[in-house]
Write a protein that binds this ligand. Structure first.
Ligand code: AHR
Length: 648
């Protein structure tokens, strides 16, 4: 919804035409905002007595410090079914036939007419060392009209769009002529075949088969399944059955376009990868062993992820890097540091050496040229050019390691990484006591807070020492809203971001977490999450729009400012784009009363027209007249505003 407050517009003497053409982030979705009640904490806050005008003075001619050019970015991990069946849009669930006591989850026998078959696991044969087992379909009766096979239910169904081509593939081995394999997308509700293909099958050893399925005019829906059937008796072994929809930029093994577009709308500069807890795993055996996530899919075994489900590693290390490349951003590479979540750690010293070597190899895989072992491997995997890299993070949330082994683990990694790669900045996940050779360049602070807790953090860094490591706020979120943040959370998020910007000499980067959630029942392990989706659609939350607005209107310099007399839930930051001669004035009024302010912009010598970008329970944008000298203005209650003021 894009609309303007008529009262504000009239008061500010701007024309509706100009108002509508104001610079604006994407309009808020009514679904995302309108029906969401504000959290109790905000609603219940006692209305504060009307305050006299606050005094805000911005000294545009007194620069305090530069803004970190990479301040806003993203953090990711496999949580809430973010990757498999989400951003990594594989439609087949359990494509590698992992067997549970009930059988292969998400797979069923598909028997037409009087066909007869059984489905079992064969642990003795598979197409690769990484996938040594397979599903064995034993067909005892099948013919045309009496097809036998198996079907997959997908991730909460298989999303089907009209006039769309899906790329399919599978590995198969057959002991006899079973006829061609028929691959069909079938509606769960009507039984109608929405698309199908016949794939000639050869009796003999493992072989990969590919096919495409193209839909005609069908209603978009997720209530569909994929069936693979044959028409003759015999034994058929299957492994790695895949069906991929179109991807962003048509990248093979790529990403879901709507989610990529939403990420681009956040104006990010970096991606912290691959986690989070996902880096650590619950147990040592579950650590993010990146070498098992690269190369052909058939050589990726997958691994147990800490958020209770299996990761296919279809989205592996090179895919994370491709994701960065697609969005024109840089990776912040987190390397496993020998600690897993269930309080298990690798003893520093000899035992830790293989993990340190893995991290060195990983950096070489990301950045090495093709004359290096791992740079050559990356080229063989399809990406000869090295990726840009500036920051390496060692571990994740190691303050939770009760053995207190992080100082020694960090030092061992830092010294080895610095020796080979002195050019990269090293991030510690908590402050460490180490020798000067191992001192971290940056500390990663994480904050998950209530709205009032997050607002209190707005000033956390205002007086923090500037003589130690820089700060990366690698995870932060106001926790209000389920599954995605409500507007109360967005207000507190915006309040916190004003603090990030004011202190962006110290804070080099910040990334909200978690980024994604699949909103289907049972998919969510953590809320709130910035962007929600199901198989067909995605939506952005109020916090998303607040972040998009802040990151999309960020200057390069923080000017000196003073503010007095504002209510306790009023927050502000100013940055100047020195090339564009523009002041980005961010005003967040999280109180239930409007906040009048007298704004003085020192250095503004003539009146100008400024764009007012507003996020409110219902959003509207407008223009406003900014006189030279002092300017009386009111920030509405429960409102985030960013005002773009040309400076002449
Ligand atoms: O963002 C969710 C989790 O919160 C991350 O995996 C972990 O680093 C933190 O505890």
């Amino acid at each position: 919804m894009l609309r303007m407050s008529k009262a504000l517009c009239a008061a500010l003497l701007c024309t509706p035409f100009l108002c509508v053409s104001a610079q604006t982030p994407k309009p808020l979705s009514p679904k995302a905002l309108a029906p969401k009640p504000l959290p109790a904490r905000v609603q219940a806050a006692k209305p504060e007595p009307a305050t006299p005008a606050a005094q805000l003075t911005i000294h545009t001619d007194r620069p305090l410090h530069a803004v970190s050019p990479i301040l806003y970015g993203m953090m990711t991990e496999e949580i809430n079914h973010a990757f498999d069946g989400g951003l990594y849009p594989e439609l087949i669930n359990n494509r590698s036939f992992r067997w549970a006591w009930r059988g292969a989850e998400h797979w069923n026998l598909a028997l037409n007419g009087n066909a007869a078959a059984t489905l079992t696991q064969d642990k003795s044969t598979g197409p690769s060392k990484a996938l040594p087992a397979s599903a064995e379909l034993t067909v005892t009766n099948a013919s045309i009209g009496n097809e036998a096979g198996l079907s997959n239910t997908g991730y909460w169904g298989i999303a089907v769009h009209p006039r769309t081509t899906y790329k399919g593939s599978f590995y198969a081995k057959a002991n006899a002529d079973l006829g061609p394999i028929n691959a069909s997308l079938i509606s769960d509700t009507t039984g109608a075949t929405l698309a199908s293909a016949e794939i000639p099958l050869h009796a003999g050893d493992w072989q990969q088969y590919t096919f495409t399925l193209t839909t005609k005019i069908v209603a978009p829906s997720t209530a569909n399944h994929l069936a693979l059937t044959v028409t003759h008796p015999g034994h058929l072994w299957l492994q790695l059955v895949s069906l991929m929809p179109p991807t962003f930029n048509d990248r093979p093994n790529g990403f879901r376009p709507d989610l990529m577009q939403k990420m681009a709308g956040l104006h990010p500069h970096f991606l912290r990868l691959p986690g989070g807890n996902y880096l650590e795993g619950d147990n040592l055996a579950d650590w993010y062993n990146w070498k098992e996530t690269v190369g052909p899919l058939v050589d990726r075994p997958g691994h147990q992820a800490p958020w209770s489900y299996w990761s296919s590693d279809g989205l592996g290390l090179l895919d994370f890097l491709n994701w960065c490349e697609d969005l024109k951003i840089e990776p912040v590479l987190a390397v496993y540091a020998g600690y897993s979540l269930k309080q298990v750690h690798v003893t520093p010293g000899k035992d830790l050496e293989p993990y340190v070597q893995s991290a060195l190899d990983e950096v070489e895989y990301v950045t090495g040229d093709t004359s290096t072992k791992w740079g050559a491997r990356r080229a063989a995997d399809g990406h000869p050019a090295p990726f840009p890299l500036h920051y390496i993070e060692i571990g994740n949330e190691d303050e939770f390691d009760k053995s207190k082994s992080y100082d020694a683990r960090f030092a061992q990694f830092a010294i080895a990484l610095r020796k080979k790669y002195p050019q990269y900045k090293l991030i510690a996940t908590t402050p460490v006591k180490v020798s000067s050779a191992a001192e971290p360049d940056v500390i990663d602070d994480h904050y998950y807070k209530t709205p009032s807790g997050m607002m209190a953090l707005d000033s956390r860094y205002d007086n923090a020492p500037r003589n130690g490591p820089k700060i990366f706020v690698g995870e932060w979120a106001t926790q209000s809203g389920d599954p995605t943040p409500d507007f109360g959370a967005a207000l507190a998020d915006a309040a916190f971001m004003t603090g990030l910007e004011r202190n962006s000499d110290l804070i080099v980067m910040a990334s909200y977490a978690p980024l994604f959630t699949n909103i289907n029942p049972g998919a969510i392990q953590w809320h709130p999450d910035l962007i929600g989706y199901d198989g067909l659609k995605s939506y952005a939350s109020p916090s998303y729009y607040a972040q998009s607005l802040f990151a999309g209107h960020l200057g390069d310099t923080v000017p000196a400012t003073t503010i007095t007399g504002a209510n306790s839930r009023f927050f502000q930051s100013s940055t100047i784009d020195t090339k564009a001669h523009k002041l980005y004035l961010k005003l967040v009024n999280a109180s239930t009363n409007p906040q009048p302010i007298t704004i003085t912009i020192d250095g503004l010598t003539q009146s100008v027209t400024a764009s007012v970008n507003t996020l409110h329970a219902a959003t509207y944008n407008s223009l406003t007249h900014v006189p030279a000298g002092s300017w009386n203005y009111t920030v509405p209650a429960l409102t985030i505003q960013v005002i773009d003021i040309p400076l002449h």
